[in-house]
Design a protein around this ligand. Structure first.
Ligand SMILES: [Zn+2]
Ligand SMILES: [Zn+2]
Length: 553
């Protein structure tokens, strides 16, 4: 007995949870002091009956392990340091009871009422608290592996604030528990199973929610300042009106974060059209990227297989990427296994971060894409911050490919194989196309512009050469990078070829006559002006790039 008291004393003074767990292992839990009772049920009831009205039963340090005390009224009882291991307290009344430093390993408190009870430094490992009423209770104890299914903990304080002696709620089962308004400040809720639990307006500041299972839980109005949500599962979790979200850690890496309900509304899906069976395209606007269009100026899309889906380009902001993911979820539940970026431009890659939470997702791009993005990272972020604004740019992460395409790469989506082809320098030096053999649909990226003036950020002559090869592909439909969602191959290339050939012809003539760069910028390709949108924004730049290239022919 003396040894145990010393051990318990040592346990309470420990500073580290890990060591506390170690001490628990050292306590002889099979000793009579921990497993037996010094009194039987009738004798205890007699003792309780002798307490004068309004008084408290003093059961300090009593050994009550293994007793069946179901339904007993222990309201206000002082059970400090008591042994309640394996004790049955099903439906018992413990309102206002003091269970500080009590041992209640595997005790059954299910359906018990513990309103306003104090469980400071209590050992509740494996305890059953299902449907218990812990309203306003203070539980700074170890609830590892305990079951609080359906428990009511409104306003309860479960904060791990006792210098880490408490292991909090780590791995506890809180399924469907009601923790509305509960203070869980600094609580360790890592790996807690809290599916469909309600944490409305709860204080979770600085709580550890790493790998917590929060599927279907309601965190509306909860405070999560400083909380760590690393790899928490928030599938269908309500994350509305959160407070302190800015300082929460690993919010952006939340598994399935995009499937949570956030910011007062479910993410509105991008309107997509099914251009061929299982092939979906959102048509970007022929504009420059702006806050108003949230960067949604390029065509983006996805292809659905039996086992997986592939995304082709993610749009000009994470907001657009999330909306694209929302439209995928309207069509299919299969995971997004691949995110293919057709090339480096921000309107095609800035939404990548929206897909990072998809389990096992691979980012696919041209073997030169990673270097191209690395070289332009700062410039892209700064320039586009001015276009789409600080708020949208804040979420943007430059996510490089982790699967590089050297020549061609086949991606199997389950009864559907995509062929990704890397091209020589054309629109950029890192263009790929994606061919869905099943429907003969080619996602051409910005190798094909329709309506929107083609933009040269690679090599004019190279692009014309690549177009010759595209024209020979076994393709029925082309999804251009900019323009209508899909057009027949024959109609896809004509306008762009005419413009690029006219530009090249004008430039060669200027060079032959000894003209300079200014002249090229002012006049080359001008006869095409009325045929394209965004001509004034891009033609002079194209002429300048083309001039530098053709000068050395
Ligand atoms: Zn583009
Ligand atoms: Zn582009």
């Amino acid at each position: 007995m003396l040894r145990l008291v010393l051990v318990v004393g040592a346990l309470l003074s420990l500073a580290s949870t890990a060591r506390a767990q170690g001490m628990l292992d050292q306590v002889d839990l099979s000793s009579p002091a921990m497993t037996t009772a010094e009194i039987d049920r009738p004798a205890l009831l007699e003792k309780l009956a002798a307490v004068p009205p309004g008084g408290r039963a003093d059961l300090t340090g009593m050994r009550l392990s293994g007793l069946d005390l179901s339904g007993v009224d222990l309201s206000g009882a002082i059970l400090r340091n008591a042994r309640l291991n394996n004790t049955k307290l099903h439906g018992a009344r413990l309102d206002g009871a003091i269970l500080d430093q009590a041992w209640a390993l595997k005790a059954d408190f299910s359906d018990a009422s513990l309103k306003g009870a104090s469980l400071f430094a209590a050992q509740l490992v494996g305890a059953r608290l299902a449907h218990a009423d812990l309203t306003g209770a203070r539980i700074a104890g170890d609830l590892t592996g305990s079951d609080l299914r359906g428990a009511k903990l409104d306003g309860a304080n479960l904060s791990a604030d006792m210098k880490n002696q408490s292991m909090g709620l780590m791995r506890a089962i809180l399924k469907q528990a009601k923790l509305d308004g509960a203070s869980l400040k600094g609580a360790n809720l890592s790996r807690v199973m809290a599916e469909f639990a309600s944490f409305r307006d709860a204080d979770l500041s600085n709580a550890n929610l790493a790998s917590a299972e929060l599927g279907g839980a309601d965190l509306t109005g909860a405070t999560i300042a400083g909380a760590d949500l690393d790899n928490a599962d928030v599938t269908s979790t309500r994350l509305l009106n959160l407070k302190g979200e800015d300082s929460a850690r690993n919010m952006d890496r939340l598994r399935n974060a995009t499937r949570a309900f956030r910011n007062s509304a479910i993410v509105k899906p991008l309107p997509v059209s099914e251009v061929a069976a299982g092939v979906y395209v959102f048509q970007g606007q022929n504009q420059l990227m702006s806050e108003a269009n949230r960067g949604a100026i390029a065509n983006v899309g996805f292809i659905v297989g039996k086992r997986a889906a592939a995304v082709i380009d993610t749009g000009g902001s994470v907001a657009e990427g999330r909306a694209l993911l929302a439209s995928i979820r309207q069509v299919t539940a299969v995971p997004v296994a691949y995110v293919i970026n057709t090339h480096m431009h921000p309107d095609h890659v800035f939404g990548n971060a929206a897909f990072q939470s998809e389990k096992g997702v691979r980012f696919v791009g041209h073997h030169k894409l990673a270097a191209a993005l690395a070289a332009r990272r700062e410039q892209y972020l700064a320039a586009n911050a001015r276009l789409i604004g600080a708020k949208l740019i804040a979420d943007v992460r430059i996510v490089p490919p982790d699967m590089a395409v050297e020549t061609t790469l086949e991606l199997d989506l389950g009864e559907r194989v995509l062929e990704v082809t890397a091209w020589p320098v054309a629109h950029t030096d890192n263009d790929v196309t994606v061919l869905d053999a099943k429907t003969g649909t080619l996602f051409a990226g910005d190798l094909v512009f329709i309506g929107h003036l083609p933009v040269i950020d690679g090599r004019l002559t190279g692009w014309l050469a690549v177009m010759d090869r595209l024209a020979k592909l076994p393709v029925k439909l082309v999804v251009p990078g900019h323009g209508p969602p899909a057009v027949p191959l024959a109609a896809a290339l004509a306008d762009q070829r005419r413009y690029l050939e006219r530009l090249a012809g004008d430039l060669r003539a200027i060079i032959k006559q000894g003209g300079d760069l200014r002249q090229a910028a002012d006049s080359a390709g001008r006869s095409e002006r009325d045929r394209w949108s965004l001509f004034d924004e891009y033609n002079a730049r194209n002429a300048t790039a083309g001039f530098a290239e053709l000068e050395w022919e």
